[in-house]
Write a protein that binds this ligand. Structure first.
Ligand SMILES: Nc1ncnc2c1ncn2[C@@H]1O[C@H](COP(=O)(O)OP(=O)(O)OP(=O)(O)O)[C@@H](O)[C@H]1O
Ligand SMILES: [Mg+2]
Length: 427
């Protein structure tokens, strides 16, 4: 029987779609995804809320949708306890250009004579780095330890129990603007739901799409969304570089809309129909095929497939050039031994893999969902990657918390003081 109280809900409010995924840990200790739902987002642009009421309404809609789905499962699946299922709290994502990743160092002098390193020492070393990274208008989302340095020796992954006089830690710290976080929390609260924690969306996606081996060898995750591109670089098992660029599939649609003078919905339809990986067989023979465009109720015009493709490809190339520039500036290309993994809706644009291979000179592959089990259909849909990764993150945090292990991720000072107080009692 599924323990309803152990279920976690992961809510991803993207620029185009809002998803919620439900999961728990099964009897074998695996992450099990039970259900997921998706609705179109309203009131959000590039990770920033532009209409609080609209976002709250979207959240309410998607939560109701997944609750109804789950109640149907309750009726047909004997493993579900027979009680009306309700979601009261969620883990939620945040994204946008304001999310910044920085590598930093922490240091703790232990003693003049070597002493055994405790969890408390590890926490203090991390806290010293966090203290230096904090500012009045930004909140630390994640403080991810890359390696520990013990009396000058680097590359130590787990220093617990080792004797030393000094403990250093190298970290990747992800911060976000406090005002944006507060707005996301407010929108969720307005939908009648509590927020357990906020996590960076790109990090959540990586949990459901990148393997530990890839992280060890060096891999870039490129999440090409509607309003944002997330670039994450992992090496030696940990996150080394993060960047959010405020561009995405919406910009291509916007370009079609403004150049052809048609509304956004029609432009989106044209993009999906004629230039998406699933959009069919565009070849030389169909270059001159006519596409009819509706200007208004009475006026129609036509363009050729070639003309539409040129508009789309030009914008796509501009976006890819921005990505290329960022990756080059980051100076990470020589350390990428496992290529580039792409996901997000824009990764379904026709020819994008080949273009990315050309500009990065690295092998590029489509992301595959991994690291969880599910008996419900549709859960391996890549559009659920962020929501499912968030569930994985949440279950991981809960397990660490229950075992009294220091949470290196997502400790919210100002907003989640209650959780923090409970956690402090462990030490
Ligand atoms: N089959 C497809 N071919 C081409 N583009 C697609 C396809 N499916 C979706 N897209 C585009 O992908 C974008 C949506 O991607 P995604 O669902 O990853 O965005 P999001 O998570 O809502 O946004 P973000 O993460 O940027 O805030 C839209 O611009 C949409 O037009
Ligand atoms: Mg997204």
């Amino acid at each position: 029987m599924i323990n309803i109280d152990s279920l976690v809900a992961g809510l991803d409010i993207g620029s185009a779609k809002t998803t919620v995924c439900l999961g728990s840990v099964d009897a074998q200790g695996r992450v099990e995804i039970h259900n997921a739902s998706m609705v179109k987002t309203r009131g959000m642009e590039r990770g920033v809320i532009t209409d609080l009421g609209e976002v709250a309404a979207c959240i309410e809609e998607v939560i109701k949708k997944v609750e109804a789905k789950t109640q149907r499962s309750e009726q047909t699946n004997t493993l579900w306890p027979k009680k009306n299922f309700k979601i009261n709290s969620v883990y939620a994502t945040i994204s946008g250009e304001h999310v910044l990743g920085n590598n930093t160092k922490g240091m703790l002098n232990l003693s003049n004579r070597p002493i055994e390193i405790s969890r408390k020492d590890m926490r203090k070393a991390i806290e010293s780095a966090k203290y230096l990274s904090s500012s009045i208008d930004r909140e630390i989302l994640h403080a991810l330890a890359q390696e520990y340095v013990i009396d000058g020796y680097k590359r130590i992954k787990d220093p617990l129990g080792i004797y030393a006089t000094r403990l250093g830690v190298n970290l990747h710290i992800l911060t976000a603007e406090l005002s944006f976080i507060t707005n996301v929390v407010k929108a969720i609260n307005r939908a009648g739901i509590d927020v357990e924690q906020i996590a960076y969306s790109g990090l959540a996606t990586s949990l459901a799409t990148i393997t530990e081996q890839e992280k060890q060898a060096g891999v870039i995750l490129l999440e090409l969304g509607a309003g944002t591109v997330n670039i994450l670089f992992f090496n030696e098992g940990s996150l080394q570089y993060t960047r959010v660029i405020p561009v995405g599939g919406q910009d291509i649609t916007q370009q079609i809309s403004s150049l052809l003078n048609i509304d956004f919905a029609q432009a989106e339809e044209l993009k999906m129909q004629y230039r998406s990986r699933c959009g069919g067989d565009f070849d030389q023979a169909s270059c001159e095929d006519k596409i009819i465009i509706k200007k208004d109720a009475a006026n129609y015009e036509s363009i050729t497939r070639k003309e539409l493709a040129e508009i789309i490809d030009k914008k796509l190339d501009t976006i890819l050039a921005m990505i290329k520039k960022d990756i080059e500036l980051a100076g990470i290309l020589s350390r990428v031994n496992c290529g580039v993994v792409v996901c997000g809706g824009m990764s379904f644009m026709d020819g994008i893999i080949e273009r990315l291979e050309k500009i990065t000179k690295l092998p590029v592959s489509m992301g595959i969902m991994r690291g969880f089990v599910s008996s419900s259909s549709g859960m391996s849909n890549i559009f659920y990657a962020t929501g499912i990764g968030l569930v994985m993150h949440a279950l991981n945090e809960r397990r660490n918390f229950n075992q009294g292990v220091f949470l290196t991720n997502s400790v919210f000072g100002r907003i989640f003081a209650k959780l923090k107080n409970i956690y402090e009692e462990y030490f």
